[in-house]
Design a protein around this ligand. Structure first.
Ligand code: ZN
Length: 286
């Protein structure tokens, strides 16, 4: 049942900006390791989005941005090869007011009021706010959570020391088979609040456990928050995929999202680093 009585809102904030490689945004067919080591160009700065959902049962975040300590703490990244590779992958610009706490305050929220945090996946630019969220429940896919204890997680983009912080309250979740024509073609889901307003859908590809959040609420077009499934929604709709992750998984998940839109022609897809996301969200309200 959809919550249709109490008003909910969605806003977006960004914890600084990031430049990535053009081949990261859209694959040119070359292997990841090749362009990571040889690319000479950066994109224009892109946002590091955190979606803020005011739900009747409490404030929900989708992703938490990049930790400013990644610039200010010389030991944030492991030394040696890992630090070199992360430096090749992304270039961050994070100012003093780009912390999650400060950004939430700028839109009128106290971080202490965050009740639930949903992570699309565990890459560093999505988990950066965790040190500020010891009071919240942290929801992540069980598949993604398993990455933390796999060998050499840092080579899969997971800095385990910054994920498994003392005191955090983790809830690994699975998406379970459901018979629900309103989320077709998806056949498994996890209903976060049990009211149909916030439903997690499996969209593996960027990482094996990547989740998207389907948001349905009164007064707003349906939203799909997709994390890093795409970096540019126009590319997504064109069926063109990024250069990071499993190509097969990215293609399959991209096709599933396109099919979901067949049921919801007004669906708005919001990615973590799409420069158009803020304007798309504004348009979802009109
Ligand atoms: Zn990522």
């Amino acid at each position: 049942m959809l919550c249709n009585i109490i008003r909910m809102t969605v806003t977006v904030l960004s914890t600084g900006s990031v430049r990535i490689r053009p081949q990261h945004v859209e694959t040119d067919g070359s292997p990841f390791a090749w362009w990571l080591l040889t690319s000479r160009r950066w994109t224009a700065p892109r946002p590091i989005n955190v979606y803020v959902i005011e739900h009747p049962e409490g404030l929900v975040l989708f992703d938490t941005g990049q930790d400013r300590a990644s610039l200010t703490d010389p030991e944030y990244f492991p030394r040696g090869l890992v630090r070199f590779l992360y430096g090749r992958l992304a270039s961050f610009d994070l100012g003093p007011t780009d912390t999650l706490t400060a950004q939430l305050a700028s839109i009128g929220h106290d971080i202490a009021d965050v009740r639930t945090v949903i992570l699309s996946h565990l890459h560093q630019d999505h988990i950066g706010g965790l040190p500020e969220l010891g009071h919240a429940e942290i929801v992540v896919s069980a598949t993604e959570w398993a990455q933390v204890s796999a060998p050499l997680p840092e080579l899969n983009g997971v800095l385990a020391d910054h994920v498994t912080l003392p005191g955090l309250r983790w809830t690994p979740v699975t998406t379970d088979p459901v018979v629900d024509p309103t989320i077709a073609p998806f056949t498994s889901a996890h209903d976060v609040r049990g009211d149909g307003s916030l439903v997690l859908l499996p969209t593996p590809g960027h990482t094996p456990g990547s989740l998207s959040l389907f948001v349905r609420m009164p007064g707003l077009r349906p939203l799909l928050l997709v994390g890093d499934l795409t970096y540019d929604v126009d590319l997504l709709w064109a069926g063109r995929i990024p250069g990071v992750g499993s190509r097969r998984g990215l293609r399959d998940s991209t096709r599933m999202v396109a099919q979901l839109r067949a049921h919801y022609p007004d669906l708005v897809v919001l990615a973590a680093h799409d420069p158009a996301a803020g304007a798309l969200l504004d348009g979802a309200r009109s």
